[in-house]
Design a protein around this ligand. Structure first.
Ligand code: CP
Length: 310
């Protein structure tokens, strides 16, 4: 099956069928990553531009590796040493790059909607690698892939998203994706970091972390995005850790082992203690490995590839 859209802009606008197609396709690419020779000819002759207007370690390297594994020609662009510094707009920048005959653009930008804007102005396929506090669809897809890999399904599983929901594109994409896949979603954090209207998306809200630990199969622990917070939204980092930090002592109240996830980068000792981050139930580094396979699947399918399994 082919995807219904020529772009991946967010999971809000992605159907359940397309999510299933991406996750199924990612399974085959995940196997390729364990082979001695990890390269396939799938995107030979295609050119992908990675356009990063915001810092990134995982997403940027993961996309670059995914593109190399599929034999695409790749160009990586950093706004900080480009003509953006001379005042060139996003649209002008990308139209100039497109004039050099490219096929796909992977974009991370601080403004919500930047990938959507590009999709209307360009002919190329656009993949959202994170747009401000809006969406981060490939992160949510790799999170869902990892839950499915570890727990066997998403349907009926209870996933707790903990922390700074207000500023988290990871949270929003996970909510859209997990809802479509039939998971129960609990949000937990300080009331100042949970948007008022978010219940309308079909999630449950708790303000006490100790009440959710006995209920969840998965805890996806979000980074406190201090750089996006314009005012003090809680008294201190120590207080945040005391009330919402995930620690071994807190996890002792779990009724079963809980899958520990974090999209990175982690603030160790704030939203997650080091012993939890490095524990036997943590799949944080496996998320990163799976991210390459999921991004290979997205690149392949967005470029017009078809899944063999559905
Ligand atoms: N998870 C994530 O988006 O990490 P980076 O900011 O390092 O890409």
């Amino acid at each position: 099956m082919a995807l219904q859209s020529k772009h991946l802009l967010g999971l809000d606008g992605t159907t359940r069928e397309d999510i299933v197609t991406i996750l199924e396709t990612a399974k085959s690419f995940r196997e390729v990553l364990d082979r001695p020779i990890k390269r396939l000819p799938t995107l030979q002759g295609k050119t992908v531009v990675n356009l990063f207007y915001e810092p990134s370690t995982r997403t940027r390297i993961s996309f670059e590796l995914a593109e190399k594994r599929l034999s695409a020609d790749i160009v990586s662009f950093s706004a900080s040493n480009s003509s953006v510094k001379k005042g060139e707009t996003l649209i002008d920048t990308v139209k100039n790059i497109e004039a050099m005959k490219i096929d796909m653009v992977v974009v991370r930008h601080g403004s919500p909607g930047a990938p959507h804007l590009l999709s209307r102005a360009l002919q190329s396929h656009i993949i959202n690698a994170g747009d401000g506090g809006h969406e981060h669809p490939t992160q949510a897809l790799l999170d869902m892939f990892t839950i499915h890999q570890k727990l066997g399904s998403l349907e009926g599983k209870t996933v707790g998203l903990v922390g700074d929901i207000s500023h988290s594109r990871v949270a929003l994409s996970n909510i859209y994706g997990l809802r479509k896949m039939g998971a129960r979603i609990i949000l937990c954090g300080p009331s100042t970091l949970i948007p008022r209207e978010i219940e309308k998306l079909g999630v449950e809200i708790y303000f006490n972390i100790d009440e959710i630990i006995p209920q969840v199969d998965v805890l996806n622990i979000l980074r406190l995005q201090l750089e996006r917070q314009r005012e003090a939204l809680f008294p201190s980092l120590r207080e945040y850790h005391n009330y919402f930090g995930i620690t071994r002592e807190r996890l002792e109240n779990a009724s079963k082992p809980i899958l520990i996830m974090h999209p990175g980068p982690m603030n160790r000792g704030i939203e997650i203690s080091s012993d939890v981050a490095d524990s036997e139930h943590s799949v944080i580094l496996e998320q990163v490995t799976n991210g390459v396979a999921v991004r290979m699947a997205v690149l392949y399918l967005v470029a017009g590839g078809r899944s063999e399994t559905n």
